[in-house]
Ligand binder design. Structure first.
Ligand code: GLC
Ligand code: CA
Length: 874
């Protein structure tokens, strides 16, 4: 950007986009500079290395990178023991390297979230060194919390139960005890002292000034202390947070604060304040319950905690995660639940640390791909912003023998090369050994290998992330559980003004039925979101039924107008808007229905029924134009009697442009056929009939007898006069009627309606009437004469000579059915879908070429056929 173009305010790099609520739609990726990539081969990851790997993160599709502490530190708590707040640990690089990283991330639309660890410092921090030397009561000493005894605050629990016996430690220089909630080498800052809060605000401004987008407030419930309390969640602490937030809002825009408050939901709620404390907070109690529900094969643990999760202010958001850099903490579960979790997920005591389990996602679920997908799909569809812990997108393993929580912080596995491609240093020099076991070792689990395989976990994660990012409802919508009697199934809806998504999850390892009550969504069509596959329309009279495979999770978008991309189970007529049946106009007729078109009833239909009917037909071609009126331009009686049928043409006029004319066979039915039509195909009903007899006027293409009569008409080459013209049957190869006559409707694509007779003949109605023979008729006739084997034989056709002497138009053709494995249309659409999936997943060219090979064979075959076809037509 040149100076001329840059906004006048300051020289900060531009933010990726200007929505202040960006964190609601984010997908966060938690990484450790130390573990990600080593650019100078000293065995330790660094900022230049991380910057080089931004391509990978952009390709993964995440939108925000959260970094563990990278400040100077004795690294006794992996950097959470900070010795200098405003620079970078020399092993990781310089402040300039950090700036380059932030700029490069921003150029790629990635935000940066870093740690603001201000509950405590390292005992090496100059503030602490100064404090212990200074006299008691001095401003320097008062930066920390001191006592002459170690018995103060007896109500306060110990957090690192494995290493610490007390929250007090004696300092021989100060000759007093200092307060620490974590390791004894991490003295707690005294946030009751305003000077400390000032100093912390300066630290915050330093990093935000470098372009950092968000800060994770580490260990935030413990900032202030007060006699007689447990020193957690104190009002004084909330006052400090409001102060920090005010300073942030005054000086910066579109930044975010994320609270690490490992507390019960009602207590965490306070960290949002009235939208004036933190923007986000981790949902600690939900996390272990997701693991519990899967192990118990019962949704209760999840529904219970979400039902107890309070509402949060509009501008706030939950941060959701499965795993992170710490142990899977079990502080926010009951004693029984904790016992259960240990037994289920950490049978080996070596897997436990403090009050939790030090394992990664894949080993926790015994490397079950289905369970990994299940947990991720829940994570990505529950209310909040999902966080992925680095390496879990590969299914990386851990090393429970490394001590503390280091077993889940091993080098990222990039390739099958030495050290997993993380560093070219000697393995002995690495900050930690890479995972090398036969199941999770880098030889098997690494980015390079997984990127090459289209169905790998990594490529699946990319698709999941891309899908989530396309639907804002996941980050912003409401949550509602849906009733389902099977407790192994978790069903919920995410909803906003634009979209409703149904999530169905089978928490068990076996196939499960799910009957879900979606009666209030009757008329909508569930479309599975990963594959764009339409499912049967929801009806009001019975619960929707789904079959869920082991650990299967499905996301369905409930839509009024399906995308019409993939093959559909439901006939298009079923894709009615919910209100169609109720809104149908009623026509008052006498006993005789045969004269309906010769009476005032025709005008009534034109006035009230035709326009909405046309608008909801898939074959109606002019959806984009404003439809003014429609009228019956011609008609004839196809069948007389009590349930007559007609062949009509309908002319539609528009606000702009030329009118269209459509073929519309109509059948007047009563009794059982009418009941079936209104239930199954309400969109194909033109009107109700009231008066002397009750019934419906329906699209005649759905009436078997109407189809049969058209067939017979061709074979007999009969001519039927219509009101203003003539209908003429044309016989080509002729028809031999099968013994069993069963009509099936299918293939409503591209404006035609197809009805098949017992797999022998296909009757194709061309809805839009245009003068001149239809190519299907003309070419079909020629090829049938030549006995060309690769196209269906033309049995006959129906031609229409309208008023005014225009060239006869083809209304319908009858072809022999050719057994096939789908239409060219569906083939093309599916192929395109696969192509875009591969592009989205950035699968390397070589591999996609291999996949293309089979498709190539199919295409070559099609090409041969077309070549011969052209010779014949020429
Ligand atoms: C937070 C961090 C953890 C660290 C602790 C003490 O809980 O997530 O890793 O050990 O604070 O700084
Ligand atoms: Ca390095």
């Amino acid at each position: 950007m040149t100076n001329d173009e840059s906004p006048a305010t300051n020289d900060q790099p531009p933010a990726p986009d200007a929505d202040p609520l960006w964190y609601k739609d984010a997908v966060i990726y938690q990484a450790h500079v130390k573990s990600f990539f080593d650019s100078n081969n000293d065995g330790i990851g660094d900022f230049p290395g991380l910057t080089q790997k931004l391509d990978y993160l952009q390709g993964l599709g995440v939108t925000c990178i959260w970094l563990l502490p990278f400040f100077p530190s004795p690294l006794k708590d992996d950097g959470y023991d900070i010795a200098d707040y405003t620079t970078v640990h020399p092993s990781y690089g310089t402040v300039d390297d950090f700036k380059a990283f932030v700029d490069t991330a921003h150029q790629r639309g990635l935000r940066v979230l870093i740690e603001l660890v201000v509950n405590h410092t390292s005992d090496q921090h100059p503030w602490f060194q100064r404090a212990r030397q200074a006299p008691p009561g001095s401003p320097e000493r008062n930066f920390y919390v001191w006592s002459d005894t170690d018995t103060k605050f007896p109500e306060t629990r110990i957090i690192f139960t494995d290493t610490e016996k007390s929250n007090w430690a004696f300092d021989p220089v100060a000759k007093q005890y200092y307060w620490h909630r974590f390791f004894s080498h991490q003295p707690d800052l005294n946030h009751n002292n305003p000077a400390v809060v000032e100093a912390v605000i300066d630290v915050m401004k330093f990093w935000l000034g470098l372009g950092v987008d968000a800060l994770r407030l580490d260990a935030v419930p413990y900032l202030c202390v007060r006699h007689g309390t447990n020193n957690e969640n104190l009002p004084e602490t909330h006052a400090v947070l409001r102060r920090i937030r005010r300073e942030l809002d005054a000086a910066f825009s579109n930044r975010m604060l994320l609270a690490e408050a490992n507390q019960w939901p009602a207590d965490v709620r306070d960290y949002f304040g009235d939208g004036d404390e933190c923007h986000m907070a981790f949902h600690f109690p939900l996390m272990p319950r997701m693991f519990m529900a899967v192990r118990q094969e019962d949704r209760h643990a999840i529904t219970e905690i979400l039902n107890q999760t309070p509402d949060i202010p509009e501008s706030c958001q939950w941060a959701l995660f499965l795993r992170n850099h710490d142990e899977l903490t079990l502080e926010m579960v009951t004693d029984e639940e904790r016992d259960y979790m240990y037994q289920a997920y950490a049978a080996d005591p070596q897997m436990r640390v403090n009050v939790g389990i030090r394992r990664r996602l894949a080993p926790l679920v015994e490397n079950s791909r289905r369970r990994i997908e299940l947990l991720n799909m829940l994570l990505f569809s529950m209310p909040g912003t999902p966080i992925i812990y680095y390496g879990d997108e590969l299914g990386m393993g851990d090393n429970i023998y490394l001590g503390d929580r280091n077993g889940v912080r091993t080098p990222m596995q990039w390739s099958g090369d030495r050290n997993g491609g993380f560093s070219r240093a000697d393995t002995a020099r690495l900050f930690a050994p890479p995972v090398v076991d036969p199941v999770y070792g880098y030889q098997a689990v690494n980015v390079e290998a997984l990127e090459r395989s289209p169905f790998s976990l990594l490529n699946w994660m990319k698709r999941l992330i891309a899908l989530r990012r396309q639907h804002r409802v996941f980050g912003r919508g409401t949550l509602e559980f849906v009733s389902c009697s099977n407790r192994k199934v978790l069903a919920y809806l995410r909803r906003d003004a634009d979209e409703t998504v149904l999530v169905l999850a089978n928490l068990s390892r076996t196939l499960q039925p799910a009957e879900v009550d979606l009666s209030s969504y009757s008329g909508l069509t569930p479309v599975e979101m990963l594959g764009q596959t339409e499912f049967p329309r929801l009806t009001g009279d019975r619960p929707a039924f789904f079959t869920l495979g082991p650990y299967a999770v499905h996301w369905f978008s409930l839509t009024t107008q399906p995308a019409q991309l993939a093959q559909t189970l439901a006939s298009p007529d079923q894709q009615a808007r919910p209100a169609v049946a109720e809104d149908l106009p009623a026509l008052l007729l006498g006993v005789n229905w045969e004269s309906v078109f010769d009476s005032a009833a025709r005008r009534m239909l034109e006035r009230h029924a035709l326009v909405p009917f046309l608008a909801r037909q898939r074959w109606f071609a002019s959806k984009a134009r404003r439809l003014d009126a429609a009228r019956f331009s011609d008609w004839l009686v196809l069948r007389g009697g009590a349930s007559p049928a007609f062949l009509t043409t309908v002319t539609a006029t528009f606000r702009e442009g030329l009118p269209d004319t459509y073929l519309l066979p109509l059948a007047l039915v009563s009794g059982e056929p009418a009941a079936r039509a209104i239930a199954d195909t309400p969109a194909a009903v033109l009107a109700r009939i009231a008066g002397a007899r009750k019934g419906l006027i329906v699209d005649g293409a759905l009436d078997d007898d109407v189809c049969m009569r058209l067939l017979e008409m061709c074979d007999a080459e009969s001519a039927l006069p219509s009101k203003y013209g003539t209908l003429r049957g044309v016989r080509a190869a002729g028809i031999v009627l099968p013994a069993e006559r069963k009509w099936v409707r299918s293939g409503f694509e591209q404006g035609d309606t197809v009805a098949s007779l017992s797999d022998r003949y296909a009757l194709k109605l061309f809805r839009r009437i245009e003068p001149g023979p239809n190519p299907d008729f003309e070419i079909g006739q020629a090829l049938t004469r030549e006995k060309f084997p690769r196209t269906p034989t033309l049995a006959g056709a129906v031609q229409y000579e309208g008023p005014g002497g225009a060239e006869p138009a083809t209304l319908a053709v009858i072809q022999t059915s050719v057994s096939n494995q789908g239409s060219g249309w569906a083939f093309t659409i599916n192929e395109l879908q696969r192509y875009y999936e591969r592009v989205a997943a950035r699968i390397s060219r070589r591999d996609s070429e291999m996949m293309d090979a089979t498709e190539e064979t199919v295409r070559a075959n099609v090409y041969q056929g077309i070549k011969r076809l052209r010779e014949l037509i020429a």
